[in-house]
Ligand binder design. Structure first.
Ligand code: 13P
Ligand code: SF4
Length: 303
């Protein structure tokens, strides 16, 4: 641990704070987190916070918002408020309402990568780890699903239900970078490797992979596998965590440029300031949070 990390740990103790971080955070932030996980694990963890006075959330805006939705009486801080997930802004509430009017009988399943105002209009949320189970749990066969068109495609393939992507072409700029040539080239280089990709990758990339998994599922898969070499198709700092936790395995990124710049806006310096000055607090209007909480809690009943 470096000096700044030690200072943060002390401050965290003095302030009775917990630090939650997503798997795409840089190594130095992963190391100071009390809990590190994928979106679903972070939702579950946020729903179980009991005795902390402060929660510092090192992830993008929609993740910190979800923690605030689940903890209305707690102070949830995000070290850099501009750490936004561009995909989560591709389905504003107004746009969603248009689709709901067009398909009045469809169930509305929103990816957790949406903002609170949109979540408040959903029947149920999902993450990449439970999207298939969530859709299968519904009576409806026609589903409005957004904002990621690739996760929508994955769910359609797995469930056979009519999945209507909303908007038509919502995407993640990081996972869009992967293409089929990356997979074929890397497979030739490492013929024994297993290829794991995230469902936010394009459908044709998913079809070439051995497994399509959320980041948390990748962690469990690699830890439990007897294979030695893995090629990872998601944000590069997943490789950081996988290498740290599996020193006996060979883990490579399918593309070193796959960096979520938005996640990286959090730095040790900003985490320290966030604890010292207790900012930036995530505030969600009560009526929005109350409605959104119903959709989050309904998802948490399915997992
Ligand atoms: P996970 O839930 O798989 O961690 O994915 C979150 C995300 O934003 C992927 O880009
Ligand atoms: Fe959003 Fe993509 Fe970054 Fe995930 S990787 S937080 S979906 S921009």
């Amino acid at each position: 641990m470096n000096h700044e990390q030690k200072e943060i740990l002390k401050l965290k103790k003095d302030k009775n704070a917990v630090i939650l971080a997503h798997n795409y955070q840089a190594a130095e932030i992963q190391e100071i987190a009390d809990f590190l996980g994928d979106s679903l694990e972070l939702c579950v963890e946020s729903s179980q916070i009991e005795d902390a006075d402060l929660v510092v959330f090192c992830g993008v805006d929609f993740m910190a918002e979800t923690a605030a939705i689940l903890n209305p009486s707690k102070k949830i801080l995000i070290p850099e408020p501009q750490a936004e997930c561009p995909m989560a802004h591709m389905l504003p509430r107004k746009e969603l309402l248009k689709y709901k009017r067009r398909y009045p009988d469809a169930a509305v399943v929103l990816y957790v990568n949406t903002m609170a105002e949109a979540k408040a209009e959903a029947d149920i949320l999902c993450t990449s780890a439970n999207a298939v189970r969530v859709v299968e749990s519904l009576d409806e066969d026609q589903i409005l699903f957004g904002p990621d068109m690739n996760l929508a495609w994955f769910v359609q393939e797995q469930t056979g239900k009519e999945i209507i992507p909303i908007p038509e072409k919502g995407y993640c700029y990081v996972h869009k970078m992967f293409n089929t040539a990356d997979v074929t080239f890397s497979r030739e280089k490492y013929p024994d490797a297993e290829v794991l990709v995230h469902p936010e990758c394009d459908g044709e990339v998913q079809q070439l992979a051995d497994h399509v998994l959320s980041t948390g599922e990748m962690i469990r898969h690699v830890a439990g596998s007897s294979k030695k070499t893995f090629l990872i198709g998601t944000e590069v700092d997943m490789v950081t965590r996988l290498r740290r936790e599996n020193p006996d395995k060979l883990i490579y990124s399918l593309m070193d440029e796959a960096i979520c710049e938005n996640m990286k806006l959090h730095t040790l310096d900003k985490v320290k300031k966030s604890l010292e000055e207790e900012k930036y607090q995530v505030n969600i209007p009560k009526e929005v949070a109350d409605k959104a909480r119903k959709a989050v809690e309904r998802m948490l009943e399915v997992i």
